[in-house]
Write a new protein. Structure first.
Lengths: 241, 634
């Protein structure tokens, strides 16, 4: 027997859990945006057509309003929000400019395949003040992208179309493999939307942007199949501590 | 939409390369991929005017000298006497018909018509339909060809609301339901307007006399029809996005010219019906506003020059929007035009400063709860709200993806039970999950509740203190008392009777309305923190795992650490993890007993016992090389 037989017990490892990687990503982006000055607001996932479409200048004839794109509930009296933008409408109706809101959460679209799910997550932001320009929107987007992907990431702005913004843009980043990947949509708030929210569009203008959380989480974590996020597999979840 | 590079470049004086054109198209907002000499375009829904060679060239004209080499028939054409009535002028405010008779159907095609089929690898149909399809590609205006010999009687355009069988020219029989805009002949539908023509009046390879219909339909009347009847239609794609209402004369004269290039025309006549003027949209010139919107400083001359190149007319301080640009109505729309021409990436940034918001994050308390659960080994999950079975007050989805997703869940617990069983089937013996979500029900309107749901079963933990302890109500109640001492929690035992499982561990669950908590008492100081970086995911194996336990007796305490270092760091492709599940120090016998659990799993194939035995034997041999260590019973 050894003379000094003292031994510290093995380290007692208490297994900690983890946040869901999508919620973690959403929280990280929301934290970043609140540090820029945005205030977090919430809204319901079951919305009216008025808030989800009409107030956002999405016409009755827009394809997104068809039954094959949007989930309607309770005999078409309501719908599952297709984006988090209606939360901003509610915010603009409640408060006077200047205002800067972000909202994040679940949204629903009638898709189900290897790259799309009927439920996914978005974070959207809006800033309304006097003399907001596209050049300022670009500055904000650069700050967001650099914070998320590093200062050395290459990005580009492409003209796009959203009924609630004009001009509208989509932003891509260049992947390590040399492919352009779409990261977010943005634009100057369409004056029609401001007027719908009783904001004088001659005095005020606004910028808005929206990010798909799953897409960014997939890029950041290297997950290639979006469905992995929602299997609740502990072998998957324990990798994101 | 596929567009051949050479069909574009033949009209551009500078003859730019496909890469140069591609760069300019991206700058203008026209996404695409290049496949050889083909540009596979994807246009935003507001730019229906670009769905053609000419449409794209109109946009590219801001960068290049575009000279359209498309001749039209310029001579006088007789007026067509057609027995036609439009009962829905609001849906179709403008329509024209061309009747053409040829002496011989051409066997081969020439020039641009031939190139169209050759370069895009398209199948030919019949002469008139082929000309029509090409013309749609060239001009963006769909036309429909009727075999004139089948067109006897009164032609009617109207909106109907009755069920009617209709056989399309694609040999597909559909039943029209609800409201539809159609062309009828002798009370029978012969054309679903803007979507697809009927078989009874379609042209064939023998057709020598054709009636070509060239119309403008209100986009909202066409939208959704091709999806509803499951018809792939290039025409409806264009009509849904809006075509140029002022193009009919030019398009039909181009039709004549193309036919004339291939055969002799015996007779031709045109009838045009315009029921409503197409108003020219006018916007005042205001370069200050444009500069303000974009955040630049261009002169009025520069501004108007950009617009002129995009075919906007400027007259006495007023900008007249061309008829093909139904998407341009406001100063913001014009600002987007200018920004596209300059290039979004070429617009310099301007520092933005948003006033700091002093408000607290209203979810701080909820987050505290989440971190408390994390600290105690719970994993957060997110589940779909769609379920198959209706619960009391459940909200029904009018148009579910399938019958398994017809309702919205009224509780989270059922989802967590599914998650638990999923993980038990993967040999997990300590499962602790939670989800926080809004849950909706219908009770005199929509009710929303923010709920926390937790579920736990199996071992309390996988360390030597918790390994032999089983999760039960008492364990969880003690846990929650720590964070919310003044709350009473009704933990529930979920019965396994109806679950598809042979595992006997108790399932403990809790579901509460978060807003009912008195958060004043929540003073928990969390240990866990958000990860500083984003972990790189390692693909997981769906193959079965198995485990082996080894218990060691250590008489020479000084060797215990060496054993741990060896086993906890042991590497093998099939060793998934290793942990200490048992530790006991017997003071009397001066002996330490340590139990290690080894979990084996492959990413390639189900492991057989020999493969596991090979690694196991190596582990045993290496560990027994350490003096003073033994495996009782071995």
């Amino acid at each position: 027997m050894p003379e000094h037989n003292d031994f510290a017990p093995p380290e007692l490892i208490k297994d900690k859990g983890s946040l869901h990687p999508i919620n973690h990503m959403k929280d990280s982006i929301m934290d970043l945006l609140t540090s820029f000055g945005f205030e977090i607001i919430d809204g319901p996932e079951i919305e009216t057509e008025e808030f989800n479409f009409d107030m956002l200048n999405i016409k009755k004839s827009h394809p997104a309003r068809q039954m094959h794109d949007t989930f309607y509930v309770e005999n078409k009296s309501n719908l599952l929000r297709t984006h988090t933008s209606p939360v901003q409408i509610r915010g603009m109706l409640e408060k006077k400019p200047p205002l800067a809101f972000i909202s994040g959460g679940k949204v629903y679209r009638k898709d189900d395949d290897a790259t799309h799910l009927p439920m996914f997550h978005q974070v959207e932001g809006i800033y309304v003040d006097e003399n907001i320009s596209f050049a300022q929107l670009k500055d904000l987007i650069y700050k967001i992208i650099y914070s998320l992907f590093g200062d050395d990431v290459e990005l580009r702005f492409r003209p796009s179309y959203f009924p609630f913004t004009e001009p509208s843009a989509e932003v891509d980043i260049l992947s390590k493999e040399g492919k352009w990947l779409e990261i977010l949509g943005c634009g100057l708030v369409n004056p029609v939307v401001l007027e719908n929210c009783n904001i004088d569009s001659n005095t005020y203008s606004g910028l808005a942007f929206g990010l798909g959380i799953e897409r960014i989480a997939m890029l950041k974590h290297g997950v290639t199949d979006i469905r992995e996020f929602y299997k609740s597999n502990l072998d998957f979840l324990c990798q994101f501590k | 939409m596929k567009i051949a590079y050479r069909h574009l470049v033949q009209h551009i004086q500078e003859s730019p390369s496909i890469e140069c054109i591609s760069n300019k198209l991206f700058q203008l907002g026209h996404e695409h991929e290049i496949n050889g000499d083909i540009l596979d375009m994807e246009f935003t829904p507001n730019r229906g005017d670009c769905l053609s060679i000419n449409g794209l060239l109109r946009d590219l004209a801001v960068f290049y000298k575009v000279d359209l080499k498309q001749e039209i028939f310029t001579e006088k054409v007789n007026e067509l006497q057609l027995d036609f009535e439009n009962l829905s002028e609001n849906i179709c405010p403008k329509i024209s018909f061309l009747k053409l008779e040829i002496d011989q159907v051409p066997e081969t095609y020439k020039n641009s018509l031939d190139n169209y089929f050759l370069d895009l690898g398209l199948n030919k149909n019949n002469f008139f339909t082929d000309v029509s399809n090409y013309l749609s590609y060239e001009t963006g205006q769909p036309t429909h060809c009727y075999d004139a010999s089948a067109m006897t009687g009164k032609l009617l355009f109207h909106e109907i609301e009755k069920n009617e069988e209709f056989e399309t020219l694609l040999d597909k029989k559909i039943t029209l339901t609800g409201k539809n805009s159609v062309f009828s002949l002798n009370h029978h539908v012969i054309n679903l307007a803007g979507v697809v023509g009927g078989k009874s009046t379609s042209c064939s390879t023998d057709t020598k006399t054709v009636i070509v219909e060239c119309a403008f339909f209100q986009p909202e009347q066409i939208i959704g029809k091709s999806v509803k009847y499951d018809i792939q239609s290039e025409s409806s794609h264009k009509f849904e996005r809006g075509v140029d209402p002022e193009s009919h004369e030019k398009v039909l004269r181009r039709f004549i010219k193309l036919v004339k290039e291939h055969t002799n025309i015996i007779d031709m006549s045109i009838a045009s019906y315009e029921y409503k003027d197409n108003p020219i949209h006018q916007i005042p010139v205001n370069v200050h506003k444009i500069n303000q919107i974009i955040g630049i400083n261009i002169t009025e001359n520069e501004y108007l020059n950009y617009l002129s190149k995009l075919k906007f007319d400027i007259d006495k301080g007023i900008i007249k929007v061309p008829s093909f640009r139904s998407d341009v109505k406001t100063q913001n729309d014009l600002a987007e035009e200018v920004a596209r021409v300059i290039g979004y990436d070429n617009i310099p940034t301007s520092e933005i400063s948003i006033p700091k918001n002093e408000k607290t994050n209203h979810k701080d308390l909820e987050n505290k709860l989440r971190f408390f659960l994390l600290d105690h080994g719970f994993y957060e999950v997110i589940n779909s709200p769609f379920v198959s079975l209706p619960a009391e007050k459940a909200i029904k989805v009018d148009n579910p993806l399938d019958s398994n997703r017809e309702y919205l869940r009224t509780n989270i617990q059922n989802s967590l039970v599914e998650n638990l069983l999923f993980n038990e089937r993967r040999q997990k013996d300590s499962i602790k999950l939670f989800e926080i979500s809004d849950v909706y029900s219908s009770n005199n309107g929509i009710n929303k509740k923010r709920k926390l749901s937790i579920i736990a079963s199996g071992k309390v933990g996988i360390n030597y203190e918790d390994f032999s302890k089983k999760i039960n109500k008492k364990y969880l109640m003690k846990l929650f008392k720590e964070i919310l001492p003044n709350e009473v929690f009704n933990f529930e035992i979920v019965s396994r009777d109806l679950l598809d499982t042979k595992i006997k561990n108790e399932i403990v669950a809790l579901e509460v309305d978060i807003n009912s908590f008195s958060f004043d008492t929540l003073s928990y100081k969390e240990i866990s923190q958000l990860p500083k970086s984003f972990a790189q995911y390692v693909p997981i194996s769906e193959l079965p795992s198995s485990f082996k336990d080894i218990s060691y007796s250590i008489k020479d305490y000084s060797k215990a650490q060496e054993l741990q270092d060896l086993l906890l760091n042991y590497k093998s492709d099939i060793l998934k993890n290793v942990y200490i599940f048992d530790y006991f120090k017997n003071e009397k016998q001066e002996e330490i007993k340590i139990g290690f659990r080894f979990t084996f799993q492959s990413k390639k194939a189900t492991l057989n016992s020999a493969e596991i035995e090979l690694v196991y034997t190596d582990i045993v041999a290496k560990s027994l090389n350490i003096s003073g260590i033994s495996i009782p019973g071995m």
